[in-house]
Each structure stands twice: as structure tokens, then as C-alpha cells.
Design a protein around this ligand. Structure first.
Ligand code: NAP
Length: 323
């Protein structure tokens, strides 16, 4: 089968399309023929080994010290079940599915995945391209807003990076939870963020949200550009700064704010699970959550998709189609 393989860390050009062995299913696994996947900011970080300060040694141990241990990137997928192990009960051959594989490998024509992983039936009201665009950003932002942010109805929430993969779902999920939402991005994406339900939008190229005398219960930074000292005065009492991108110093700040003061920094890593994906699926089916595809690429052009992600200005997801 064809797969996007990278054998060394580096720029987008290290990724090459190669013939590799098609996976065979083991106990409790499902073989999925991938229709669409996405190059996520997570894939691009690992490919370029662009890891936040303080976590580089640990990441080398996890992902490979001198060269990548897993040579096929890709977390998200949509596709069709082609085969199942005899113990599998939740899926049958021919099912249309989508999900997020914590073990990578979705930048390929086929993946073998445990049925208990975060994979569910694809909503019938969206296509494979739209389905692959959702899990990475939606599952991460669900984790951050609901679990790290303890978001409540009526709260004021600011999303920094509102037009990216995390941001577009953060805006919609925060609205779903009943918050008043402010989205921050550049001028070109303000209309999109409004269309996703944001009550207010701010163009960061002309306005610093910390200087407009507004305060928020949650500031969710999906970009890695906001420090606690810079936005502290924009947080309400008991407010939380949620950091999707955090190095060791931000984790120390999380510790110190947990001990002192009434405004907290919360950082963490979202691990994907089936229960949360089901929550997202229901919201997609009801139309409350909309998929946002910035650009779509063919597998053969995946290097272009990596370049688009590296720009730091992609809109929603960079989807890669295989069918
Ligand atoms: N902790 C976790 O578990 C976890 C999980 C997933 C991802 N992440 C991390 O989250 C980050 C975001 O991921 P993503 O996929 O959403 O990225 P993305 O799609 O590239 O999003 C970029 C967003 O940032 C905005 N932006 C760029 N420069 C900005 C600035 N100076 N000020 C404010 N906004 C700015 C862009 O808006 P414009 O294009 O309008 O400029 C766009 O909305 C990545 O670094 C990723 O590694 C963390």
C-alpha cells in the first residue's frame, strides 16, 4: 500500500510517498481503508521535531532518539472497514467510520486499529473529507474547555487562534456550553469565526485583547503566544488561562498559580478516547458542530499539506484525501 513515510526529522520535504506493507489485523483490531486523513499541527511538530522547551529529551525517547520510530505520521482518519478480527463486536465490514488513532499511522491507505480506540461510525450528514477534519481539533478543545477549563454556561470565554484546527471547534464547543465567546484571529478569518458562532471577534494584528478593558472567565490560547503575566488582568477572579502549547516554564506557572492566587494557568495534553468522539459525533449529526476544511490535498501532495501546516496560519484542518 502507499504511505507517507519520513525516515528523519526535518522540513516537509523529508516526507515521501512509498510502498509499504499493508497492515494485517491482530486481536480485537479493525482494518480500515482510509478515505481521508489530515496533516495536523501535531504531525508537523513531530516531523520537524519542534517540541516545546523542557520536553525534547522525553519526546526523543518517545518518538525516536536519532530518527523517528514511527515512520508514518497521521492521527485522524475517515474510511471504510475492510476487515475485522473475529472478536470485534462494534464494527462490521463496510461500515463508514472516523476517528483519531493515538498510535499514528493514518497517512496511509490502510490502518489496523483496536476497536476500543477512538473510532466510531461516521455521521451520514458529512462526507469523508469533512469527517477527517474534525477529531484532532474537536477532541482537543473538548478536553481543554470541559475538563481543564470547567466551562459553564454564561461564562465569558476568549479563544486565541480561533480560526485554526483547535480554534474553530473551540468556538463552536464554547457556544454549545452556553458561553459568550470572543474569537481572536487575523482579519481574513474574522467572518469565518463569526459564522461559527463567536459573539465578538478581535483581529490580533490591529488589537491587543488585553488592552480593551474586557475580562474573561476562560482564556484558551491555542497558539502559544500568550503569557500569564500579559493576560492576568484580563482574567476574572477564579479565571483560567488554558494553554494548548506549553513548555516547562508554563508548567511551573501552572504549579505556582495552583498554590497562590485566584487565577489559574492550566496546561496539559489531550489523549483521544471513544467516549469523547461519540460526544463530537452527536454534535456533528445535530448540525451544532460544523467541520472546517481549510484546504484539501491528495496523498501524493502531502508535502504541500505539511508546508501549509508549517505556515502557522492554516484555517481549520489540512485534509489529505486518498480515494
Ligand atoms: N496540548 C495538546 O494536547 C494539543 C493538542 C493538539 C494541538 N496542540 C497544539 O496546539 C497548537 C495549535 O494547533 P492548531 O492545529 O489549531 O494550529 P493551526 O491550525 O495552525 O492554528 C493557527 C491559529 O493561530 C492563529 N495565529 C497565528 N499567529 C497568531 C498570533 N500571533 N496571535 C493570535 N493568533 C495567531 C491563526 O490565525 P490567522 O491564520 O488568522 O493568523 C490560526 O487561527 C499547535 O501548536 C499544536 O501543537 C496541543
Amino acid at each position: 500500500m502507499k504511505a507517507a513515510v519520513f525516515t528523519k526529522y526535518g522540513p516537509p520535504e523529508v516526507v515521501q510517498i512509498k510502498e509499504v506493507d499493508k497492515p494485517t489485523i491482530k486481536e480485537n483490531q479493525v482494518l480500515v481503508r482510509v478515505s481521508a486523513t489530515a496533516v495536523t499541527s501535531g504531525d508537523a511538530r513531530i516531523r520537524g521535531f519542534n517540541i516545546p522547551l523542557g520536553f525534547r529529551t522525553l519526546s526523543r525517547l518517545i518518538f525516536g532518539i536519532t530518527k523517528p520510530r514511527k515512520q508514518v505520521l497521521g492521527v485522524v482518519f475517515s474510511g471504510i472497514v475492510e476487515a475485522i478480527d473475529e472478536r470485534v463486536t462494534q464494527f462490521k465490514v463496510g461500515d463508514a467510520v472516523f476517528g483519531a488513532n493515538n498510535n499514528f499511522g493514518t497517512h496511509a491507505e490502510y490502518i489496523a486499529i483496536l476497536e476500543r480506540e477512538s473510532m466510531v461510525l461516521k455521521p451520514s450528514n458529512i462526507d469523508y473529507t469533512q469527517a477527517a477534519a474534525v477529531p484532532f481539533g474537536a477532541l482537543t478543545s473538548l478536553k481543554f474547555l470541559r475538563d481543564f477549563g470547567k466551562i459553564k454556561s454564561g461564562q465569558k470565554v476568549l479563544i486565541n487562534g480561533a480560526s485554526g484546527a483547535l480554534g474553530v471547534y473551540a468556538v463552536q464547543l464554547a457556544k454549545h456550553f452556553g458561553a459568550e465567546v470572543t474569537g481572536v484571529c487575523s482579519a481574513i478569518n474574522l467572518e469565518l469565526v463569526k459564522s461559527l458562532g463567536a459573539d465578538h471577534v478581535i483581529d490580533y494584528t490591529t488589537t491587543d485583547f488585553t488592552s480593551n478593558n474586557e475580562t474573561y472567565d476562560i482564556i484558551y490560547d491555542t497558539v502559544g503566544k500568550i503569557s500569564f503575566s500579559h493576560c492576568k488582568n484580563s482574567l476574572n477572579v477564579n479565571g483560567r488561562l488554558l494553554l494548548a502549547v506549553a513548555g516547562i516554564s508554563q508548567y511551573f506557572k501552572m504549579l505556582s498559580t495552583a498554590l497562590i492566587g485566584n487565577k489559574k494557568v492550566v496546561a496539559g495534553v489531550a489523549i483521544f478516547n471513544k467516549k469523547d468522539l461519540n460526544t463530537i459525533k452527536v454534535l456533528l449529526e445535530s448540525g451544532e458542530l460544523k467541520s472546517v476544511v481549510g484546504k484539501s490535498f491528495l496523498l501524493e501532495d502531502i508535502v504541500e499539506a505539511h508546508r501549509y501546516v508549517d505556515s502557522g496560519h492554516k484555517v481549520g484542518s489540512a485534509v489529505v484525501t486518498l480515494d
